[in-house]
Write a protein that binds this ligand. Structure first.
Ligand code: IMP
Ligand code: MG
Length: 173
């Protein structure tokens, strides 16, 4: 497999992001944050990111969505497969996503949280594929930009496989 980002490179970048996010929140006077991971792809990034954030109170929550099934191209339709167990109203939320491809998943969740009365909504995505990104999806924090290859590892899967890889690699055809 062709490795795009190795373990150390990822570690350094996630530390930077954690510092940057914490600093921005402090400037905005936010000391309580709901970190909302999008299952399943974000679980490794989220686990590393929250440990690099310096925010007094962090409530970790998860939301399950599916747009790909087992395919490597978006179906164009986002399905909620696991809803929040906690009300969002009045909370400052940081959505954590593995990768923004078309941006459909992120804009769907941004809209959902805004409709439910979140006090503020920010996004942190580990990877972004800028070539296909929709305009209506706002990305606040991006780990790395990638091309249009299908990538796996560090939480990202191909039909459920490879999430456990500590690096990010291009899926061979
Ligand atoms: P979007 O809604 O088109 O932005 O797609 C986002 C979702 O598609 C992500 O949460 C991933 O689960 C999945 N995805 C998109 N591109 C890739 C990839 O290259 N590797 C693995 N999953 C991907
Ligand atoms: Mg996926």
């Amino acid at each position: 497999m062709k490795v795009l980002f190795d373990e150390q490179t990822i570690k350094d970048r996630v530390s930077e992001l954690g510092k940057q996010i914490s600093g921005d929140l402090e400037k905005s006077g936010i000391s309580e944050l709901m970190v909302l991971g999008i299952l399943k792809g974000s679980f490794i990034f989220m686990a590393d990111l929250v440990r690099k954030m310096d925010v007094p109170f962090i409530d970790c929550q998860f939301l399950g969505v599916s747009s790909y099934g087992d395919a490597t191209e978006s179906s164009g339709e986002v399905k909620l497969t696991h809803d929040l167990s906690h009300p969002v109203r009045g909370n400052h939320v940081l959505i954590v996503e593995d990768i923004a491809d078309t941006g459909l998943t992120l804009s769907f969740i941004q809209n959902l949280l805004t409709t439910r009365g979140a006090a503020s909504v920010r996004t942190a995505t580990f990877l972004s594929k800028p070539q296909k990104l929709h305009n209506d999806c706002r990305l606040d924090y991006v780990g790395f930009e990638v091309g249009n290859d299908f990538v796996v590892g560090y939480g990202l899967d191909a039909a459920g496989n490879y999430r456990q890889l500590p690096f990010v690699a291009v899926l061979p055809h």
